[in-house]
Design a protein around this ligand. Sequence first.
Ligand code: NAD
Length: 373
Amino acid sequence: MKIAVLKETATGEARVGATPETVKKFVGLGADVAVESGAGLGASVADADYAAAGATIGDRAAVLAGAEIVLGIQGPDPAALTGAKPGAWIVAGLNPFGDRARIEAYAAAGYEALAMEFMPRITRAQSMDILSSQSNLAGYKSVLMAAAEYGRAFPMMMTAAGTVSAARAFVMGVGVAGLQAIATARRLGAQVSATDVRSATKEQIQSLGAKPIFVENVQGIEGEGAGGYATEMSPEYQAAQAELISAHIAKQDIVITTALIPGRPAPRLISDAQIASMRAGSVIVDLAAESGGNVEGAVSGETVVKHGVKIIGAKNVAGTMAADSSALFSRNLFNFLSAFWDKEAGKPVLDEEIGDAIRLTRDGKIVNPRLLS
Ligand code: NAD
């Protein structure tokens, strides 16, 4: 059974879907692994490292020839998969809600597209969850990006020339990325506060030494919600949240927004008027910019200045730490495929719970209920 690891073709994508560590493990399971020449360069992995781990190295056509599984970070161009076996699995982050045409093309070409973003949030799948592994790094880096753009220091400093006051940082959306952003901002010495719609996050915020800012007069989401995800909030909640945030945000120097709702555009959390209320020189990082943005005026992949406030529209932040993000992403892919490895078949055989959750296409059709409803 042959596994192909392709060089990513999306602009600016430096990550790679396998590392020498995971290649070695796949080979240990009995798979043949072929890596496209140069695939690891963006993550500082040389062809020779893959070869030493047991992979064959070749051009795209040679790597794809007879492949039954194609691994990637982002979904490969369906037109550039010539040579892969009919029914081959395409296993990557496939952006199912954002790139319908690509999913349809996988179906038309007869591939079985498996979207790693649809991995169910169940305990046994935690080690397979690309959203968590990549968000964790993105949350960390978002704070460093803010610090680099901020014309002041994060920690309080008492110097002979006078005192520098601590930055006030506010994290909106306390999932995986938000928790790491809180921890990072605290480590840099900022005074940190945070908010979320899920009441379960209040304790997590406090345990990291940050201050929770929560809407108290309208019910949020109790407990963990469906699969741990947020849903769209009522107009009443949104109004109460806007009022609370307006009062708080005017006093903040750094704001990191991370709020996402699966399958929906990101919720709008910060208005232009709220940006105008912030002190000039403040920095906002919108980690949801690629999904429509939490911040009015944020542009994905760009930094814009509004009312003297820098708004960083973050794009593929995990990709800026390609060595670490590739290592974690690759382990997610290996953990997934190896968990289902069938020794007799010499390849993975999926069960219903996970297979049906992540399979987008099969037998020429789109089959995933989340894409059909
Ligand atoms: P996410 O990326 O979907 O969203 C980021 C955060 O934004 C969430 O905390 C969400 O509640 C919040 N949010 C959404 N709308 C908001 C609004 N209007 N205002 C303020 N905040 C808003 O979330 P995530 O990082 O994927 O994590 C969600 C939960 O799932 C966490 O509790 C996490 O621990 C859990 N999780 C479980 C597993 C697993 O069991 N396999 C894996 C990953 C995450």
